[in-house]
Write a protein that binds this ligand. Structure first.
Ligand code: HEC
Ligand code: HEC
Length: 312
């Protein structure tokens, strides 16, 4: 009779383990600040996602407008073309930033374009691209945003020329959690995933007069930008067309175009009107293998012949 209670105990023990493992696997993702999640969040926010490119003040007396460190996340960049529209304060300041928002509310803004109060964000903010991120990546961004220094900066109320709802309706959205992260072994899919987070297409595609992307010409360049910072630059063709795009670039030449910006000497000079809005300083910090993946992906997009002169 003795072995029975022992076996029973063992079974209970096994059940307890199975149950606790199951509990762990099924627990919802929160922005709990574990170090790998913070590291990933920082990488996405400060390099490939270039969030700070729009959500910080920039120094355009230097090439590519390095962000002013002390303004990180405070927002306030204006988009007068669309009315009274400013980038939001995404620091954890409770009164003027997103400090009082829950993780889910922040995730919803980033990946679905819906603000805490239910308003639709204007799609200058590329949430239609961030929608393609995995749930883990979205919540890693949320976790990292919570570690920014809170800055009190009240953003003026929005007065849009065109309502945001119909602008958002032009894009398709999947629910948060529907997108897997690509296998790191698949460099084309990884490159595509990163190019989405980098919103490369939003700048490297010509636009209609009412500022909508001409999707058939994705990555063919031709959008003129930089005006509000006092210069004009036309985004180049980054399709694999051999004569007018990057078709003849090698992987090494592509990667080094970015990595050269790891040295401050490549941007700490005044380029006058030959400045750029391309987030070189942020994208230049991407890992080499990620830049290689973006190159591999761009080589697979439709080649389009479209000659661009960047500065004229
Ligand atoms: C091209 C510029 C641009 C980029 C890049 C960008 N944003 Fe935004 N973001 C904006 C603008 C503009 C708004 C405000 C839109 C509006 O008011 O309709 C905004 C709004 C937000 C909001 C809503 C906050 C609020 O108070 O309503 C959050 C959160 C946010 N952005 C986070 C991010 C994160 C995280 C990233 C990077 C993954 C990012 N943004 C990248 C321009 C940008
Ligand atoms: C905010 C707008 C913007 C975003 C976002 C952006 N670019 Fe650019 N990019 C530009 C502009 C403008 C230029 C031209 C001026 C220059 O070379 O700096 C440029 C230049 C380039 C060039 C140099 C091409 C040449 O012919 O010299 C490459 C390559 C490039 N971008 C790739 C990318 C990739 C890859 C991404 C996404 C990870 C990206 N860009 C995101 C605006 C942007």
């Amino acid at each position: 009779m003795k072995p029975f209670p022992l076996t029973a105990l063992f079974c209970i023990f096994l059940l307890a383990i199975t149950f606790s493992c199951h509990q762990k696997a099924a627990s919802p993702i929160t922005s709990a600040a574990d170090s790998s999640r913070l590291e990933r969040g920082k990488y996405l926010v400060e390099t490939v996602g270039s969030c700070m490119h729009c959500h910080s003040q920039r120094d355009f007396t230097k090439f590519s407008g390095p962000i002013k460190e002390e303004t990180k996340g405070m927002g306030g960049i204006g988009y007068p073309k669309f009315g009274v529209l400013f980038s939001s304060n995404i620091t954890p300041d409770a009164a003027t930033g997103i400090g009082s928002w829950t993780d889910d509310e922040i995730a919803r803004a980033i990946a679905l374009g819906i603000r805490k109060n239910g308003d639709t964000l204007f799609p200058i903010m590329p949430y239609y691209e961030y929608n393609k991120m995995s749930k883990e990546d979205i919540y890693s961004i949320v976790a990292y945003l919570r570690t920014l220094k809170p800055i009190s900066n009240k953003i003026p109320d929005r007065k849009l020329k065109a309502p945001a709802g119909p602008e958002r309706d032009r894009f398709a959205f999947s629910p948060i959690g529907a997108n897997p992260e690509p296998s790191s072994k698949d460099s084309i899919q990884t490159g595509k995933y990163l190019a989405n987070i980098g919103a490369c297409v939003s700048c490297h595609t010509p636009k209609t007069d009412d500022d909508h992307l001409i999707v058939d010409s994705s990555y063919a360049g031709g959008d003129v930008m930089g005006q509000k910072f006092g210069f004009h630059v036309t985004s180049p063709n980054i399709t694999p067309d051999e004569t007018t795009g990057i078709g003849k670039w090698t992987e090494t030449s592509f990667v080094s175009k970015f990595t050269v910006f790891r040295q401050a000497s490549s941007y700490e000079f005044d380029p006058h009107t030959k400045n750029t809005i391309m987030p070189w300083i942020m994208l230049g910090q991407m890992k080499d293998e990620d830049l290689k993946a973006v190159y591999a992906y761009l080589k697979t997009v439709k080649p389009i012949q479209h000659q661009i002169e960047k500065w004229h």
